[in-house]
Write a protein that binds this ligand. Structure first.
Ligand code: PMP
Ligand code: GLN
Length: 381
């Protein structure tokens, strides 16, 4: 393993899901739903396969139908206009979008400011690009970014701000004022902004507003999202990037040599999914709000300190009230103790002390599964 990837070993999601499989515990660790997305969308994938749509290499930027659907989705929900021919790129999930963006836009030695706790692929992709990550620590209980701290981190080597809202793992959703302040800093210091918005349709308090919509941001912003979260098809690995043409062209250059193109038939199906009526998106959010409340109540009753998420399908907790202090050790032992798997947030921090007692649970599971998991957790203390 080269030095850039030192310490990046196996992702915590793979480690904890393997633990769930080995022990038969309920997996509230890795974020993937236990119910597949809409039947009509699955049928569209089957139809595409049968009819031979996308069984051979699709166009590099993505099939035209999907690029048009992504463009229409951005207009429908955010009043943003992206030309499907020049401003949209289909990727192998948001993961490839993040990797291709970092590889395309960073020079070795560039600094990238990102919220800590980080989604784990950020650290790896910044490292693979030879750049340096600079954490802006989000602190419990609110996990709001301190904008004075952000200003103080910016220096002549800063090239890019990597945002994630709604934020995994804390569930923090940036407010309009925070977005405006961040945008003003980006303009003032001529920074690129990459924004990971894969949980855009899972906001329970406030609204999701893409930072690309703010003045001066369009030409410097790369927005990333994915069908995995919004349509409950994490296994399909269909993601996308929207940005101005020159930024898309750069990201596409890197993407060409990572995967060349993304798998074909699923692209036809996701094009249909993005055109589902508003009721789909409303129900998706309402269902998850109910699940959030169910899991949150159960975790509080079990003695966890619960940090209420405004978005995503994760709840970050603190295990100190249970008399525990080491999230990683706690998560390794949890399946044995009560048959549940969770993820330690400590691995998402550069500073191992920060987040040392934080544990994340996902609620993208059936309600009976969440009820069973929380009932098992009652016997911990
Ligand atoms: N970004 C964040 C914040 C995520 O939580 C995930 C989740 N899996 C991804 C990116 C990756 O998305 P995908 O599965 O589409 O690659
Ligand atoms: N995004 C999901 C999570 O945070 C998992 C993604 C992955 O396993 N890479 O749990």
């Amino acid at each position: 393993l080269n030095r850039r990837l030192n310490g990046l070993g196996t992702t915590i999601f793979a480690e904890m899901s393997a633990l769930a499989t080995a022990t038969g515990a309920i997996n509230l660790g890795q974020g993937f739903p236990d119910t597949d997305g809409p039947e009509s969308v699955r049928e569209a994938a089957v139809r595409a396969l049968r009819e031979g749509h996308g069984n051979q290499y699709p166009p590099g930027p993505g099939i035209p139908e999907l690029r048009a659907a992504i463009s229409d989705h951005q207009r429908r929900f955010y009043d943003l206009s992206f030309d499907p021919d020049t401003d949209v790129l289909v990727t192998a999930g948001a993961t490839e979008a993040i990797a291709a963006t970092m590889l395309a836009l960073l020079e070795p030695g560039d600094e990238v400011i990102a919220f800590e706790p980080f989604y784990d692929s950020y650290a790896a992709c910044i490292a693979m690009a030879g750049a340096k990550r600079v954490p802006l620590t989000l602190r419990a209980p609110s996990f709001r970014p301190d904008l004075d701290e952000l200003r103080a981190l910016i220096n002549p080597r800063t090239r890019l701000l990597l945002l994630n809202t709604p934020h995994n793992p804390t569930g923090m959703v940036l407010t309009s004022d925070e977005q405006s302040a961040i945008a003003a800093l980006a303009v003032e210091h001529d920074l690129l902004v990459v924004t990971d918005e894969v949980y855009e349709h899972l906001v329970y308090e406030g609204v999701h507003r893409p930072i690309a919509a703010l003045p001066g941001m369009r030409e410097r912003t790369v927005s990333i999202s994915s069908a995995g979260k919004t349509f409950s098809f994490t296994g399909w690995k269909v993601g996308w990037v929207t940005a101005d043409g020159p930024l898309i062209a750069a990201v596409r250059t890197a993407k060409q040599y990572l995967t060349y193109v993304s798998a074909g038939p699923f692209q036809y199906a996701v094009a249909e999914a993005l055109r589902l009526p508003d009721t789909y998106f409303d129900n998706f959010r309402t269902d998850h709000r109910r699940k959030r409340d169910l899991l949150g109540d159960g975790l509080r009753a079990a003695g966890f300190e619960v940090y209420q998420p405004q978005g995503t399908y994760f709840i970050t907790t603190d295990i100190t009230p249970l008399g525990e202090k080491d999230a990683y050790a706690f998560c390794r032992a949890l399946p044995e103790r009560c048959g549940v798997v969770a993820v330690p947030n400590s691995v998402f921090y550069d500073n191992p002390e920060a987040g040392r007692s934080q544990v994340r649970f996902t609620f993208c599971k059936r309600e009976d599964v969440l009820a069973e998991a929380t009932s098992r957790l009652q016997h911990l203390a």
